[in-house]
Design a protein around this ligand. Sequence first.
Ligand SMILES: [Fe+2]
Length: 299
Amino acid sequence: MGGMNPFDLNDHDAYARWRDRKLANRPASLDELIVEIADPARPTPTERDAVHRACSRANLAIFVTSRPESVVRQDLKALAGHFGLRRLNHNEGADDDGVTVLAVAETAQWRNTYIPYTDRPIHWHTDGYYNRPEEQIHGLMLYCETPAPRGGRNALLDHELAYIHLREQDPELVRALMHPQAMTIPANQIDDHIERPARPGPVFSVRDDGRLHMRYTARRRNIEWRDDDVTREAARRLRALLESDSPWIHRATLQRGQGLICNNVLHDRAGFENSDEQRRLLYRLRFFDRIDPHFTAIA
Ligand SMILES: [Fe+2]
């Protein structure tokens, strides 16, 4: 970027150049971001290039393996590592290997009160918005072991497009969402089990490497937006975009053997219904790393 940052609100030219290239490369449909990976533990250079290309365009790729019966959890970690995703967040709910099983909790346990482990819809968000600042989630992988018989569709929106949407309307909306107190998660309100101090932070922030990070939830309860007209308006317009039928939003239901690898883009999940024979099961891996399109794995 030659020292210029497109996310600097004072540098319109750098922004305009980045925006034009971003929109010119925007995929018309999710199909353009699907990459077949025969063996997820050992992606070929061609397969890796395709994932990098998708992520450099849209911050996300959908990978598909034709041999889901042979994929184990360790393979997902290996696959992520090929894209520089190595530092796993051992979040509450994760197993010892750092992989989280997303399935409806069967017995009375804290997971029952925590929406990812139910069949209910999940609002738009980026993962880990309640994490401490130094443990923000920059990379995310989901992998579908078993889809629900009905429902469970994800919506996906590249957070850089959400940024463009707001900046085009008024850069002050973006400035408000970059404020360090723009969005606060109050203490101890995520659920009864996890005690946590209040987490104030920006919605949009710029990483040390110049890339954009987004921290967001569309939850209405237990979120404190900065008490300021511009912040409220920015949050309202962001929500309006997410609730719209914008062609920038991709929608897909992951099928068995399909996964998402992304730079923690905005996403939601529709509710779903299990049957006795088929119970939805996804694996989730959260990383402190971001997929770097210029990253070259050492084979
Ligand atoms: Fe999520």
